[in-house]
Design a protein around this ligand. Sequence first.
Ligand code: SAM
Length: 220
Amino acid sequence: MTWQYPAMADNDSRSGMRYDSDAIRDYVTRTHAGHDTALAQAFAVPADMPAIQVGPSEGKLLFLLARMIGAKQIVEVGTLAGYSAIHLARALPPGGMLHTIEFEPSHAKVAQANIDAAGLGSVVTLHVGAGRDVLPTLAGPFDLVFIDADKINYDFYGTWAIEHVRRGGLVIGDNAYLFGELVDDSDRGRAMRAFHELVAAACDSVCVPTPDGLVIGVKK
Ligand code: SAM
């Protein structure tokens, strides 16, 4: 008799949506991506800042990806309160460095305090400024670039990342569904689609169906 998998025989299941629930998300987050004190502090964004950090599982995924490729030189665009920066910096081997870029000085101040509290001040350089201005001052090659800032500039960030990431390094971009606006006829939609297409052309890539899409590319 042929084994059947009737419960998986639809496209929603294969997209990863079918069995998701609050209880399941709580369980898997607790089991695989729990917070210690430093992560909890950075995740608890102050009330006067937007709570737009990555989720715990995505943060842990960033840590794992960086660790899997032995990433020693990492760039992040969009620091907020330092939550993803702490995940990425914890993956660094001795001698490694994370450059993280934040436009809002008030966010950068909170992030620096959280990064210092995590004991990572010596391996994280926080640049206060616009990604478009700071990135050209950074000398590569880099092992991993994580893009999580203003969406209108994702095409610029993607172009820069592909030029500065080593072969076999990673280009990662969050909010790749653009809050549901990815295929809209808008400047942000065009910028995000250009990012997808740049990464797809230069890398072996996927857009993981996280709540807002996470592009991961390994540079060819
Ligand atoms: N990666 C962070 C995390 O998961 O913990 C979240 C980053 S949040 C989604 C985006 C951040 O990018 C905000 O703090 C925002 O101020 C910053 N930002 C916006 N425009 C920027 C720009 N042009 N250059 C650098 N940072 C920018």
